[in-house]
Design a protein around this ligand. Structure first.
Ligand code: NAG
Length: 358
């Protein structure tokens, strides 16, 4: 069970307790350019990335045209893959150097081999998206500065599993947007990336001693939720051209419940009172997106305002819908009903809260 925002809060606490933990690979959150020149590798460096990735960039011609929504898809993919490249390069660095919390002992070689391939594969995903943007005369997305709220291997794997689940849901939305806008020539390549990310997810789950496959139909997401979630790893103001991505950034929703067991129960959330457009909290709802099911709408209960935060509970109907894997929570204006995750995003004020079970 984790939420990116509560991760950040947790690590803020740990950082103040142990201010000495200095990041070695990425002083001040600067990861790029990598030693291999990425995001602008030379031709030789690209050949090495392809060897490390066990495969090449697609070498066929791109489709003849790209819709505006299709361009937004590629920009979001590039933004996401750049942050993943930063994360996995640092993870490889930490495990290679047996940084405190990353000394694996048994299994070191297999994990290193897997992580190096994943890192190179993510580099190719980013280069492919930015390459397509350049081909269509769009600005490629530039990397930001990042800070990751993890200092040990198990938390790094839990975080990777969560953001990869968000990607696995969001690429469903990306493919639907491509299809709706006539960009069918990009659906096959993105679908091949969904499979790759799913294989990675199985590995992240395995090293956490979870079953490799989480759900029969993976939880869907919407581009705006991924766009917001990625920014929780970004040092604010450090993305040179994130403003060229026409997606929404939601205000934060914090999941206050901790160590949640997969069971029907009330969950506790909060948001910043000043971020709200209303004082009548009965006009808001808490909505859950899980699997390919119709979003579940619940009322805000026991609402109190504490130290500038609006704190509330909402029923979590685990048993009724068998809500394993990733659940995306959002506070919406109104109670729907919402026929789809898109309709939830269109009405969202606060989110996404990320809930993840075995
Ligand atoms: C690598 O280790 C440093 C030092 O503990 C930590 O700050 C950073 O978040 C770690 N990165 C990853 C991706 O695990």
């Amino acid at each position: 069970m984790l939420s990116l925002l509560s991760f950040t809060a947790l690590m803020a606490g740990i950082a103040s307790a142990a201010p000495a933990a200095k990041r070695e690979m990425s002083p001040d959150g600067v990861y790029f350019p990598l030693p291999n020149g990425f995001p602008n590798p030379s031709q030789d460096a690209l050949l090495q990335i392809q060897l490390d990735a066990d495969g090449t960039l697609p070498n066929g011609p791109p489709p003849p045209s790209l819709s505006p929504e299709g361009a937004t898809n590629l920009k979001l993919i590039a933004l996401n893959e750049l942050f993943e490249v930063a994360f996995f390069n640092e993870l490889v660095y930490n495990v290679t150097n047996k940084v405190h919390g990353y000394d694996l002992g048994y299994g070191h070689e297999y994990v290193m081999d897997a992580l190096k391939a994943i890192t190179a594969q993510e580099e190719l995903h980013a280069l492919n998206a930015n390459g397509a943007l350049k081909h269509f005369n769009q600005q490629p997305i530039e990397p930001c500065k990042y800070a990751f709220p993890v200092t040990d291997f198990q938390s790094a794997m839990a975080l990777a599993a969560t953001f990869t689940d968000v990607v696995l849901g969001t690429l469903q939305d990306v493919n639907e947007e491509f299809a709706k806008n006539g960009d069918f020539g990009l659906v096959r390549a993105v679908s091949s990336v969904i499979g790759n990310e799913g294989e990675q997810e199985g590995f992240f789950r395995l090293v956490q001693k979870k079953r490799p496959s989480a759900q029969p139909f993976l939880t869907t997401s919407v581009r705006d939720f991924a766009f917001t979630a990625i920014q929780s790893f970004v040092i604010p103001g450090s993305c040179p051209n994130i403003n060229t991505i026409p997606l929404r950034t939601f205000k934060g929703l914090t999941l206050l419940s901790a160590n949640i067991k997969p069971a029907t129960q009330n969950l506790k959330f909060s948001f910043v009172q000043a971020d709200s457009n209303t004082n009548d909290y009965s006009t808001l709802s808490l909505v859950y997106i899980n699997q390919q099911n119709t979003p579940v709408v619940k009322a805000l209960q026991n609402v109190v305002v504490e130290n500038g935060n609006v704190v509330f509970e909402a029923a979590f109907p685990y048993d009724e819908f068998v809500m394993d894997g990733l659940t995306i929570a959002a506070v919406t204006k109104g109670a729907g009903p919402f026929a789809s995750a898109d309709e939830v995003a269109a009405a969202t004020e606060f989110g996404p809260g990320l809930i993840e079970f075995d």
